[in-house]
Design a protein around this ligand. Structure first.
Ligand code: AR6
Length: 169
């Protein structure tokens, strides 16, 4: 059984085996969680991301997938970068959002990570409504077959925290 914990705060201040980054396909940084991860984690993370772009992910990391790098100066062993879908009213992309959580946990299992901190993937720049982002996140983690012992959702503000709390119950 994976324990689910909720924390309000900045995910880059967390201590965990792995911290998940809400990245984009370029893997080369951005705003929100991504900006904070690279700012606080330092240049070693970007250097590994560039190496991934030069090798395995020449065309970028596809939406719904996940890949690990060093965590640099963060208080973690790894950063797991995942690319959430942009929210669409015309198309149901929730399976891609669920895939972000499943794939991140699969990568965590490969690494041997036992504690994993997640942000609310896609719920910022990518426009996913918070309540539904929380639903997909919590349902997917609950259904996942993983050796991760603790999933910690780190929510930036009270609104996000409350949305997740309503789902966790
Ligand atoms: N700690 C925890 N949560 C945060 C933090 C933080 N430091 N900063 C923001 N959030 P977003 P996305 C919350 O935009 O929607 C980037 O430019 C935020 O309030 O980080 O998946 C990437 O490079 C929201 O609830 O990720 C991509 O281009 C949630 O984290 C794109 O944005 C996710 O917001 C990804 O967009």
């Amino acid at each position: 059984m994976t324990a689910i914990l909720l924390v309000q705060g900045d995910i880059t201040r967390q201590s965990a085996d792995a911290i998940v980054n809400a990245a984009n396909s370029s893997l080369l940084g951005g705003g929100g969680v991504d900006g904070a991860v690279h700012r606080r984690g330092g240049p070693a993370i970007l250097a590994e991301c560039r190496a991934l772009r030069a090798s395995r992910y020449g065309r970028g990391l596809p939406v719904g997938r996940a890949v690990a790098t060093t965590a640099g100066r963060l208080d973690a062993r790894w950063v797991i970068h995942t690319v959430g879908p942009v929210f669409s009213t015309g198309e149901d992309r929730s399976e891609l959002l669920a895939s972000c959580y499943r794939e991140s946990l699969r990568v965590a299992d490969e690494l041997g990570a036992r504690t994993v901190a997640f942000p609310a993937v896609s719920a910022g720049t990518y426009g996913w409504p918070l309540d539904d982002a929380a639903r997909v996140a919590v349902e997917t983690v609950r259904a996942a077959d993983t050796a991760v012992e603790e999933v910690r959702f780190v929510l930036f503000d009270e609104r996000a925290y409350e949305a997740f709390a309503a789902r966790v119950g």
